[in-house]
Ligand binder design. Structure first.
Ligand SMILES: [Fe+2]
Length: 206
């Protein structure tokens, strides 16, 4: 891929999947900021489920923790959306693969939207897309390159959510994170299949 296209976030470097790194940072932040309270409290879980009443009763400290954690996740989702935008507008994808890429991007938009709406309901300001993302543009010269990049991104998402699930004190939130994890695992499998690879190469994810 040799040029940028309109509506694609500017790409400035080739540092691999920032999505995984973002979530790894997110997981570490969650872990190291865990000082005894519920990190993403019942309030956020309630909001994710559409119940505002419980959220209104949350204390301000837990709400701020919720906003910070949610925004970390939103940032990673926005990066994934940008990555798929890059692939979709690369001109390298056949029509069938393009449709899949757009669909998967839509899933990430759904994730980001529900997380952002939760932040807003909690009184926070939702993370917004960066002007630049560090994607390996120089390495994206074929459909297989794009699929490989996306598959690596999705594998990173699976690993990140897998790491995050046990960090949640609230089991409802762990369930929500596991739900997203399942979606990311399906993305990974489909992309591997499109690459001619075994779509389900392992019995356990890590
Ligand atoms: Fe995904």
């Amino acid at each position: 891929m040799t040029s940028q296209v309109i509506n694609t976030p500017a790409v400035t470097a080739k540092t691999g999947s920032g999505y995984e790194n973002k979530f790894q940072n997110f997981s570490r932040r969650v872990f190291f900021s865990k000082t005894g309270g519920t990190l993403l409290s019942a309030s956020a879980v309630a909001l994710l489920a559409g119940c505002d009443t419980i959220a209104a009763t949350a204390d301000s400290g837990s709400v701020q923790d919720d906003v910070n954690i949610l925004n970390s996740a939103i940032g990673a989702e926005l990066e994934a959306i940008a990555a798929y935008q890059l692939g979709a507008e690369s001109g390298l994808l056949s029509s069938g693969v393009l449709a899949v890429a757009v669909k998967f991007q839509g899933h990430h938009k759904e994730h980001a939207d529900v997380l952002a709406s939760t932040v807003v309901k909690l009184g926070g300001k939702a993370e917004t897309p960066k002007a630049n993302y560090n994607f390996p543009v120089e390495k994206l010269n074929s459909e297989a390159d794009v699929l490989t990049f996306a598959a690596e991104l999705e594998k990173g998402a699976v690993s990140a959510y897998l790491g995050a699930v046990p960090l949640f004190t609230n089991r409802d939130l762990a369930k929500a994170a596991a739900s997203i994890l399942g979606d990311e695992a399906m993305h990974w499998a489909v992309l591997r299949s499109a690459l001619g690879l075994d779509p389900v190469p392992v019995a356990f994810m890590s």
